[in-house]
Design a protein around this ligand. Sequence first.
Ligand SMILES: *Cc1c(COP(=O)(O)O)cnc(C)c1O
Length: 470
Amino acid sequence: MSQEPHNLLRRIPQVDALLKTAQGQALTSQYSQQLVAQTLREILEEVRKRIRSGQTCVPAHAELLSACEERVSKSLQTQKPVVINATGILLHTNLGRAPLATQAAQAALDAATRYSTLEFDLDTGRRGDRQAHVETLISQLLGAQAALVVNNNAAAVLLMLAAVARGREVVVSRGELVEIGGSFRVPEVMAQSGCILREVGTTNKTKPGDYRAAIGESTAALMKVHTSNYKVVGFTQAVDIPELAEIAREAGLPLLADLGSGALLPLNVYGLQDEPSPREILAQGAQVVCFSGDKLLGGPQAGILAGNTDLIAVMRRHPLMRALRPDKMTLAALEATLQLYRDADLARRHIPLYRMLGTDQQTLRLRALALMEALKDISGLKCEVAESQARLGGGSAPGEALASVALCLKSRLVSSNSLADRLRHGSPAVIAHIRQDAVVLDLRTVFPDQLPELTGALKAVLSSLEVQDA
Ligand SMILES: *Cc1c(COP(=O)(O)O)cnc(C)c1O
């Protein structure tokens, strides 16, 4: 039944009429009058346009309201940020670095959704110290006199330098003028903190005499920066912490150490080289160490400073502190993470990073085989389980590989680039690498409870290829 457009246009319902229907009423009470009315106006305007360009019917009320419901509910959804990391990079900087332990996530949730004692002293009923709990924990774990937490390790380095050495010189080896991804560069942070960088030695060799010769009237500190994301190999020399501490002591200067990752657990048990331990570096004579909360600590994004009481006190009182302080959720998550480190076994069992590091090859192989089995009926797919190499990532342990197991996929219907692209757009998104023209899913970084979801996402993407091919 075709009608003249102007007749049809007249039959488009009013927004108010739609709102008064039972379905309309239900929508406004579930969402909001304003949102629903606005969305209906948009939908009706689209109908008007379609009719003017030739559509010959007006959708029924129920149809319009259902369209409205779908649109409103979609507009209120935030994009679910969860992805499956099948890259084998454990601290993937672009996928959120360290996943939190359940305890830490719960602590952050509690702090976020309820009132908290963060700045309240239950004993006195008055204002308390925001960081008191977490500082005590850090001091105990590191054997430090005092500690302080800021937003990230970049902030920690900035604050440490500004508080200890503003307007004066800080001596650093030319082999340690690090750049970390995201524009953290030692010389630039130094400049921002108001210190003068005094470079010593060469790219490959710095000797004790180089530091000694650079110390003068205007020197405020010596700094050691852990070259966390690169290695200088071959004809090299660096001055280690005990010797640097000795040089600093002779000159009456503090030794500061930016450790980057600062692992609290040994890594050699996983076949990796150990990272500097903050506890050891302090024991060897550094006055202050700083490191990240979300690298090898496996906690939330934070910067941890620990060491000499007087120096930490200067940082705590520094005007920058207020700008760099972490929020309550971070402090709660960090405290819960640190609690786990009171017993190394507890940390290894509950912190996702260490669980992933500690999963044996056989377990990974069984998971890969189960995945392969689930995909066996998909046509046009070449699938095999292979040895793989995972990595720590996140600017830690440069170049070191970690034995792992992967599922390698090749489709006869699309290129591996296209398959990887489809997996990234799947639900949930799966992030994989391409190696030797195959899509490689490394299982070390896939949480065991994500395996059913991974299976589902793979099946959905791979069977959609079959349909297209049919
Ligand atoms: C990672 C790193 C930083 C920066 O730490 P963020 O927590 O990412 O701000 C600074 N210094 C070194 C040596 C690092 O490895």
